[in-house]
Design a protein around this ligand. Sequence first.
Ligand SMILES: Nc1ncnc2c1ncn2[C@@H]1O[C@H](COP(=O)(O)OP(=O)(O)O)[C@@H](O)[C@H]1O
Ligand SMILES: [Mg+2]
Length: 252
Amino acid sequence: MSEPTLAECQRRLEQRRREVKITVSGASGNVVKAGDVRVSCFGGPLRDGPGVCEPSEADIEARQQARQVVISGALAASNVPLRHANREPLDRSGPWNVAYERILGKLGTGFTIVLAGLRGNGKTQLGVELIRQFILTERRGSALFSTATQFFMAIKAGYDGQGKPEAKVLAQYRRPRLLVIDELAQRRESEWERLLLYELLNHRYNDLTDTLLISNQDVRQAELSLGPAIVSRLRETGGIIQADWASYREKV
Ligand SMILES: Nc1ncnc2c1ncn2[C@@H]1O[C@H](COP(=O)(O)OP(=O)(O)O)[C@@H](O)[C@H]1O
Ligand SMILES: [Mg+2]
């Protein structure tokens, strides 16, 4: 294989500069630094003329490990449950994966989707995997995982003067480019909760951000508990996906 030209080296370095977002010490002692095109993990400093651009195996491994640390940190920051963040291997062969791919394909389109079905068949896991994939591929914005109860409790804490004011909590839930709200069926379904949820979802609908709502109810119950205003937005931007496959709990 012929040696790459200096221009090719610079192109690859630029590409890697965009990929590597953190500073990490490579196994060979070199430092890979975001924004530093003098990175030396590619077999030595660039010379005038043709150079060697390939990273050593140790450098690749160090970078992969560092990437794992970053991903785990980002997952924790997005509040996903630890149990689901660490679940592997995942069954990618059946209907769970079909639903996952279907939702994944709509990432970035401003969807509102409800995933509804009986307990144990991987709905929370699907939400977590969606956030993981968002972290792996998206360069802008953040992702947030929350149960419905956490959302309403955060709002209530503001009323008691113990937490952030309602507007701030709403802003915090409005901001992420991907929001997963789990355990929707645990709500008490008061008018107050319905209004708040509508307020949040309507903002997110207007902002073209993605929202996945997860419910352990069947589709009919989920529709009834969300109310017609939310259901009509769902129908327009994503719809209700029925998780009607078998539970994983008996298998794990
Ligand atoms: N695709 C999958 N492959 C293997 N295990 C899975 C998969 N999806 C979920 N699980 C595991 O099955 C259990 C139930 O999944 P969970 O997402 O909590 O279900 P649900 O939210 O629908 O009640 C969890 O331990 C989860 O990690
Ligand atoms: Mg669940």
